[in-house]
Write a protein that binds this ligand. Structure first.
Ligand code: PMV
Length: 324
């Protein structure tokens, strides 16, 4: 039977991927570092069958656009020398309509499910490369725990590796979902604009040293230096977005209110730090021992519509129960 199911967790980047050296192959201008999120995952079943006339894809029970997925499946078909269509059924356990990125967990799960269903046995490195071709940040959802995407300069040299397993550091990444009034600018578009931004060059020049610094504070599990680098990195990536032409502002007033609250809690002695992806929602980094207190503080904010508490998680794995 040419059918397989995989589960992948979404990831949040401490050092962000923003700008590509190669659009088609999704090779980034800089390396990035992330952690997989335990409570945000995608489960995907893929079946290749000669009885199908076309590829189909449904997400949480709703038929979705197949274009980007079909292009991706063509790569899998080429690798496995098959020429038949596939049915894909996916479920996210977290709100995508609310604007939480799902392309990372989505393409990571699809990579393992589709390659397995097609009879391929890819190594972890090969799987990260395949996932990257679907969506850049998806490569970081393949290995376990804390992950580095090495930027490389070709299809084979741009891949992700695990730095530490999920059990390495007792932290929580708390997702604070705020209301997203207007539709967000897709990260793909934001990344294209970044390349023309004159400030990007300065960011890229400082990147290797920033990556070294954050890796050294991860090694020491120093929440203070780690959090400070993570926070200033977020502001820098968003500064690039804001100074693009036309400007891209992913934050809204709720985002800013949360940032100010984080700084206020820090002034009172609680080690809590934020990071923000291409949207208005905020992720908080806390040590597990402070998680409940911090959650309580943010629960009281009107701006916070939903909270997801994440521990570091394993990467992408085959899953026994098929979705159809
Ligand atoms: O993989 P993409 O194209 O959705 O880009 C992800 C971009 C950020 O989430 C903002 C940063 C990152 O490294 O995940």
């Amino acid at each position: 039977m040419m059918k397989a199911t995989a589960r992948a967790h979404s990831n949040i980047a401490f050092i962000k991927y923003w700008g590509k050296q190669n659009e088609e192959l999704r090779i980034p201008l800089n390396g990035s570092i992330s952690v997989n999120l335990s409570n945000q995952h995608t489960t995907t079943t893929v079946e290749f069958s000669s009885s199908l006339e076309r590829d189909t894809f449904s997400l949480n029970g709703k038929d979705e656009d197949i274009k980007r997925i079909s292009i991706f499946l063509d790569r899998v078909r080429k690798l496995s020398h098959i020429d038949i269509k596939a049915r894909i059924v996916s479920e996210n356990n977290f709100p995508t309509a609310g604007g939480l990125a799902s392309s990372a967990s989505g393409f990571a799960a699809l990579s393992l499910a589709a390659s397995t269903a097609a009879g391929l046995k890819l190594s972890e490195k090969e799987l990260t490369i395949l996932a990257r071709l679907g969506s850049g940040s998806a490569c970081r959802s393949v290995p376990h725990g804390f992950v580095e995407w090495k930027k490389g300069n070709s299809n084979e040299t741009s891949y992700a590796v695990s730095l530490y397993p999920e059990t390495y550091w007792d932290i929580h990444m708390i997702a604070l979902i705020v209301s997203a009034k207007k539709k967000e600018i897709p990260s793909t578009l934001g990344q294209q604009k970044a390349v023309q931004n004159p400030f990007l060059q300065t960011r890229i020049e400082r990147m290797n040293s920033k990556i070294q610094h954050i890796k050294s504070s991860l090694f020491k599990k120093n929440i203070h230096t780690f959090g400070e680098i993570m926070e200033s990195e977020t502001i820098e990536m968003h500064a690039i977005a804001m100074t693009s032409t036309p400007p891209i502002l992913y934050w809204n007033s709720s985002t800013v209110a949360i940032m100010e609250k984080v700084w206020s809690l820090r002034r009172k002695g609680t080690p809590v730090y934020f990071t923000i992806d291409a949207g208005p929602h905020v992720y908080l980094l806390v040590e597990k021992k402070n998680s409940l207190t911090v959650e309580h503080e943010f629960k009281q904010m009107n701006e916070v519509k939903k909270i997801i508490i994440n521990s570091p998680s394993k990467g992408t794995y085959l899953f026994d129960a098929h979705l159809f």
